[in-house]
Ligand binder design. Structure first.
Ligand SMILES: [Zn+2]
Length: 366
């Protein structure tokens, strides 16, 4: 089946895999078997794709992720802190933030704790109720285009793992930009397609990006270049790529219509420490930083162990080769003893070599 039209409207494409086409002009991967656009919204939580089952069975059984109950506890200690750290670079509390696709809402809750005026959007009424009940936050139900949000009213819109699910990313991004204040930002996490990737190579190397090829739900997969082109088409030329928490398959970036004005780490810390609730959030960020430092330290030590193990292995191989050489020389000497005419001369030269080798081995292993 041919893929749906690309956001760039250029019709030329080549087949990337059974389920994805790569559009030639922009390099975007587009799903050939997308969930039909009219089935993206949730009207019946029991049967619709992004309904209750998506958050329970689908995430757990088909994608291998923890279900929403576990995620609403675990996300706070890792991805939410990573996102918050980057958001603070661009926006400080009490600015207004909307999270599209907020799931259980823990990130919205963390932002509110810090004094942001934050709320969320989700499509499943069931997950909206779960988020409201769990975190006591505001979540609206539906797709963002259907909501009554005044144009030019938001300082930031965050979308984590949402862009790739949109049936028409160009229209939805255009709408989101309209909701922002003139200097507002979009902060986006989405899978990163590296354009030099061939499907056969990904399969052969069992690359983690293969898990992102979920043809029904990941409709558009961008590279850094293609996502820059998408926003340029929307009149946005300021785009900052930030470190992604899952950098081996994701990208993370901010976009703005006006040049970025960023807060430096001292300004952020001063802001957080000036509020009682900010001190608690700073404490969480401190713990997370210590955890990351110790992870890096562990990785460095593991690399050192591997280098040393390789060296030991090589030296053992060298030693074995020398022993083999000694054995072969000894055999030769025994043979030479049977040839009287060479006996004395050969005996002397062979023993000199054996003696040299023995010294070398002793020298290597002292
Ligand atoms: Zn395209």
């Amino acid at each position: 089946m041919p893929p749906p039209a690309c956001w760039c409207k250029n019709p030329r494409f080549e087949q990337f895999s059974k389920d994805y086409a790569k559009y030639s002009a922009c390099g975007t991967l587009v799903s050939c078997n997308p969930l039909p656009a009219d089935q993206v919204a949730v009207s019946n939580d029991d049967i619709d794709f992004y309904g209750k089952k998506y958050w329970l069975d689908h995430q757990k059984k088909e994608l291998g992720f923890p279900d929403i109950y576990t995620r609403s506890r675990n996300d706070l200690t890792e991805r939410n802190l990573h996102w918050l750290k980057t958001l603070l670079k661009y926006c400080l509390p009490q600015t207004s933030v909307l999270e599209i696709g907020c799931a259980h809402g823990s990130f919205v809750a963390l932002m509110n704790l810090l004094g942001f005026v934050a709320s969320g959007v989700e499509m499943s009424p069931w997950v909206v109720e779960y988020g409201k009940k769990t975190f006591g936050i505001q979540i609206q139900t539906g797709v963002v285009e259907s909501l009554d949000i005044p144009a030019g009213s938001l300082d930031a819109i965050v979308m984590m793992d949402v862009l790739e699910h949109l049936p028409d990313p160009e229209i939805t991004m255009r709408h989101c930009i309209r909701l922002l204040k003139p200097n507002g930002i979009l902060l986006i996490q989405t899978p990163q397609f590296r354009e030099n990737m061939l499907h056969a190579d990904l399969v052969q190397s069992k690359h983690v990006f293969l898990d992102q090829l979920k043809t029904e739900e990941h409709l558009f997969l961008f590279s850094e270049r293609t996502v820059t082109m998408l926003f340029r088409q929307l009149g946005i030329s300021h785009i900052n790529f930030e470190p992604a928490i899952f950098a081996h398959y994701d990208m993370f970036f901010a976009v703005s219509r006006t040049p970025f004005i960023t807060n430096n780490p001292d300004e952020i810390e001063a802001c957080l420490l000036a509020m009682p609730q900010g001190r608690f959030v700073q404490a969480l960020l401190d713990i997370r930083n210590r955890e990351l430092e110790s992870e890096q330290d562990r990785a460095a030590r593991w690399e050192q162990i591997q280098t040393l193990t390789k060296m030991v292995h090589e030296s053992e191989q060298e030693r074995a080769a020398m022993h083999k050489r000694i054995a072969s020389l000894t055999t030769n000497i025994r043979k030479l003893y049977s040839h009287r005419s060479f006996r004395i001369l050969q005996k002397l030269s062979n023993w000199t070599e054996i003696s040299n080798l023995t010294h070398q081995i002793d020298g290597n292993h002292e």
